[in-house]
Design a protein around this ligand. Structure first.
Ligand code: ADP
Ligand code: MG
Length: 237
């Protein structure tokens, strides 16, 4: 599903250059649930942004669903993003003046799906994340956990091959974090490939594999026994 080889990325800052990714190699197969861990500034978001075709590497190979991602113009990049990828961010990134339903329907609009089908599908995904009753509400009428559920429904609406989440629980308390992880685990149980950036150990152990980044290289990459979020959440209450 994902194959990256010898990925390098530097940021230019005036006459200086900051070498952030220094030769990253890894593969992700369909159905995996992978945590990308590392301290702040270790390059996690940089890596995820490259995987999400939001940024380009300086060097290296990236294959996504057997498609070489290289030198794409913005139009093709947007097409691949829409077709292959769903994004979830720490700060939810919902559109404030649009309802939960309209937010979820948005990616379908960009895929040229008709209005009737958009609404039908968006409602179906809101139901999946347990928020059908909140369809007409604006983001500021929802709790943090509910906002992240809407964001997850939006990411799933276009049926992406891979779900990419950058610190999806970073703005949530523990109970709410585990509820969101319970949902993400359920989505992975159904077969979706998921990559989650986190710096929290308990969240990483809710995945099935942990990749550790340090100073721009992978220092460890191993399968782990998945801790079920539901079990952890019940222990909290
Ligand atoms: P993480 O997500 O692990 O905290 P990032 O990938 O966001 O790390 O950042 C890695 C390093 O690159 C940091 O030192 C950060 O300051 C720097 N960086 C990130 N984005 C940019 C950018 N657009 N321009 C310059 N430096 C950047
Ligand atoms: Mg980051």
């Amino acid at each position: 599903m994902i194959e990256i080889k010898n990925l390098h990325k530097s940021y230019k800052m005036g006459s200086n250059s900051l070498h952030v990714l220094k030769g990253i190699n890894f593969e992700v197969s369909e159905g995996e649930m992978v945590a990308i861990m590392g301290s702040s500034g270790s390059g996690k978001s940089t890596l995820l942004n490259i995987l999400g075709i939001l940024d380009e590497p300086d060097e290296g190979v990236y294959n996504l669903n057997s498609t070489l991602i290289k030198n794409l113009n913005e139009k093709i990049a947007a097409k691949y993003r829409n077709k292959f990828l769903g994004f979830v961010f720490q700060s939810f990134n919902l559109i404030n003046y649009k309802s939960a339903l309209e937010n979820v329907a948005m990616p379908l609009y960009y895929q040229g799906v008709s209005r009737t089908v958009r609404i039908e599908k968006a409602l179906q995904y809101l139901e999946k994340v347990g928020l059908a009753d909140w369809a007409g509400h604006l983001p500021n009428e929802l709790s943090g956990g509910q906002k992240q559920r809407v964001a997850i429904a939006r990411a799933l609406a276009s049926d992406p091959k891979v779900l990419l989440a950058d610190e999806p629980t970073g703005a949530l308390d523990s109970t709410t974090s585990y509820e969101v992880m319970e949902l993400i685990q359920q989505i992975n149980d159904e077969g979706k490939t998921i990559l989650i950036v986190t710096h929290e150990d308990d969240i990483a152990h809710m995945c099935k594999r942990i990749v550790n980044l340090k100073d721009g290289i992978i220092i460890s990459d191993s399968k782990v026994k998945q801790v079920r979020a539901k079990t952890k959440r019940i222990c909290l209450v």
